[in-house]
Design a protein around this ligand. Structure first.
Ligand SMILES: *[C@@H]1O[C@H](CO)[C@@H](O)[C@H](O)[C@H]1NC(C)=O
Ligand SMILES: *[C@@H]1O[C@H](CO)[C@@H](O)[C@H](O)[C@H]1NC(C)=O
Ligand SMILES: *[C@@H]1O[C@H](CO)[C@@H](O)[C@H](O)[C@H]1NC(C)=O
Ligand SMILES: *[C@@H]1O[C@H](CO)[C@@H](O)[C@H](O)[C@H]1NC(C)=O
Ligand SMILES: *[C@@H]1O[C@H](CO)[C@@H](O)[C@H](O)[C@H]1NC(C)=O
Ligand SMILES: *[C@@H]1O[C@H](CO)[C@@H](O)[C@H](O)[C@H]1NC(C)=O
Ligand SMILES: *[C@@H]1O[C@H](CO)[C@@H](O)[C@H](O)[C@H]1NC(C)=O
Ligand SMILES: *[C@@H]1O[C@H](CO)[C@@H](O)[C@H](O)[C@H]1NC(C)=O
Ligand SMILES: *[C@@H]1O[C@H](CO)[C@@H](O)[C@H](O)[C@H]1NC(C)=O
Ligand SMILES: CC(=O)N[C@H]1CO[C@H](CO)[C@@H](O)[C@@H]1O
Length: 414
């Protein structure tokens, strides 16, 4: 099912759960060291500039140990404020739930030991960044001086937040994890140069940031990047060369990026990938042979392209694969017997392709793959024997169904 079709139902469910769980959405301080007076003052000034219609910050009062306030986590021994968990409880998407809003007071800069700040799903975003704190020049400095920040999460999927200049981020040398998903970066020309210079950056999540990714750039300096999520942005229509140099990645997540043409050979040096998601695009080549040689790949998602041609026997080389989704393509030919050597595979989805006769699949169901496989989906394939879905909640039946299939195949072969 497409993400957007699920939205309203899931959204409602989250909302109901969230209303019940609002009071538990903050993580309590764990310390009984009393907090640093200067930091308490800074938090109070920070609070003064926020709007808090639901009184989530009612525990933030002048006569208490700030380490015990909702959402504040201090160092166990030092008493310094280390984390601020000010996100709305996961999934409270509805505008009808009053959230934090207002301005981010620069007093935050007095929290010298802050290394985690989560403001997700709050309501700062109806106002554009310039008003968010005063002016575009100030916001970068405000965030940019938080030099011990490890974790920056401003994901903002239900509002309208934008950054134009990324210069400020270059001072955050300890940042390991950035999530600016759904923040509008469409006007930001230097996001890639700036993030690529962060020496500790491990994860970069820029889902749906209205980025046009089709520019050319060489010599990126990412040193420790492992996870790159650029889902739902635009390649126009080819994958850009700067991606191909990122050969140290573990995880490359590019679904719904609107690229077309073949899966580019430029990706073939990314042999350390464990997770590759190119689903929901217009790729119309055969599956390139080098991909079968990605021995560490655990999850491969090529769903919803126009991939053609046969799957070759080399697929048996992807021995680490756990989750493989090749559904909704135009793959033809026979299903190779070597699939039977994918002994870690839990999910194999081949549905809605153009295989001639997939009774071949039964020859591949060796004991080894049958033992690990939880879901095998062949829906919509032209199957002479039967169409089936064997799902994990049918585990008890699974053995019998595999036996039945073996018998059928045996019978068929006589
Ligand atoms: C700190 O809190 C713990 C448990 O919350 C308690 O056992 C300990 O006695 C407290 N220490 C002080 C100095 O209050
Ligand atoms: C602080 O104490 C808590 C509970 O005792 C513990 O779970 C946590 O790991 C400690 N944090 C550090 C940084 O030592
Ligand atoms: C920030 O909070 C949101 C909402 O609860 C959560 O989904 C997200 O994982 C948090 N981010 C980090 C980095 O912990
Ligand atoms: C933020 O950093 C800039 C440049 O490093 C410095 O000039 C400025 O004084 C800092 N601001 C605060 C409030 O510390
Ligand atoms: C980043 O933000 C996206 C979009 O809101 C969210 O789905 C995802 O879970 C976040 N990822 C992490 C690792 O926090
Ligand atoms: C990578 O670093 C070098 C040296 O610091 C710099 O000259 C170059 O411009 C950087 N590359 C990019 C794409 O920013
Ligand atoms: C793939 O699509 C491109 C244009 O989108 C077209 O030029 C090319 O011929 C197609 N290739 C195949 C094998 O269909
Ligand atoms: C892949 O690696 C080979 C050998 O190091 C190199 O010659 C080739 O240019 C690389 N390809 C890409 C697209 O980076
Ligand atoms: C798959 O493994 C076989 C046997 O080791 C080897 O001959 C073949 O070249 C490999 N295929 C690919 C695409 O690397
Ligand atoms: C075949 C297919 O699913 N194509 C998708 C490629 O990505 C664009 C943009 O997200 C989608 O609109 C297409 O449906």
């Amino acid at each position: 099912m497409k993400e957007h079709m699920r939205g309203p139902v899931v959204g409602l469910l989250w909302w109901i759960l969230a209303v019940a769980s609002l009071h538990f959405s903050f993580c309590n301080g764990n310390s009984n060291v009393s907090c640093i007076a200067k930091e308490r003052q800074a938090l109070l000034r920070f609070k003064d500039d926020l709007t808090d219609p639901s009184s989530w910050l009612s525990s933030w009062s002048s006569n208490e140990d700030c380490c015990s306030w909702d959402g504040v986590v201090c160092g166990n021994f030092s008493g310094h404020v280390r984390e601020l968990h000010l996100q709305v409880a996961k999934g409270v998407f509805s505008y009808s739930v009053p959230k934090l809003g207002g301005k981010l007071n620069p007093s935050l800069l007095n929290l010298k030991h802050l290394n985690y700040l989560n403001l997700s799903y709050n309501d700062f975003g109806r106002i554009k960044i310039p008003n968010f704190i005063g002016s575009l020049r100030i916001i970068p400095q405000t965030l940019g001086n938080l030099t011990s920040l490890h974790y920056l999460d401003l994901q903002h999927c239900y509002g309208d937040l934008s950054f134009e200049n990324f210069q400020w981020i270059s001072g955050l040398l300890l940042l390991q994890h950035i999530n600016l998903s759904c923040v509008n970066l469409g006007q930001s020309s230097n996001w890639l140069q700036m993030t690529s210079m962060l020496p500790s950056l491990v994860e970069l999540h820029l889902h749906s940031c209205q980025l046009d990714l089709s520019f050319s750039l060489l010599g990126l300096n990412f040193t420790s990047l492992a996870v790159l999520d650029l889902s739902e942005n635009y390649f126009n229509p080819l994958m850009p060369n700067w991606l191909f140099g990122l050969t140290g990645l573990d995880s490359l997540v590019l679904p719904n990026c609107d690229f077309s043409g073949p899966i580019p050979n430029g990706l073939q040096n990314m042999t350390s990938l464990r997770d590759l998601d190119l689903s929901g695009n217009h790729s119309n080549s055969t599956i390139p042979i080098w991909l079968y040689n990605f021995k560490g790949l655990k999850s491969l998602n090529l769903r919803g392209n126009h991939l053609q041609g046969p799957i070759t026997g080399d697929i048996g080389n992807m021995t680490s694969i756990i989750h493989s989704d090749l559904s909704d393509n135009e793959i033809e030919g026979r299903i190779p017997r070597s699939m039977g050597t994918l002994c870690n595979a839990k999910v194999v989805d081949l549905s809605n392709n153009k295989f001639g006769d997939i009774s071949d699949v039964f020859r591949s169901l060796t004991r080894c793959i049958s033992d690990s496989l939880e879901t095998l989906s062949l829906i919509g394939c032209q199957l002479m024997v039967l169409s089936m879905i064997i799902s994990s909640n049918l585990k008890i039946c699974r053995y019998y169904i595999f036996q039945l299939i073996r018998l059928l195949v045996h019978f068929h072969g006589q």
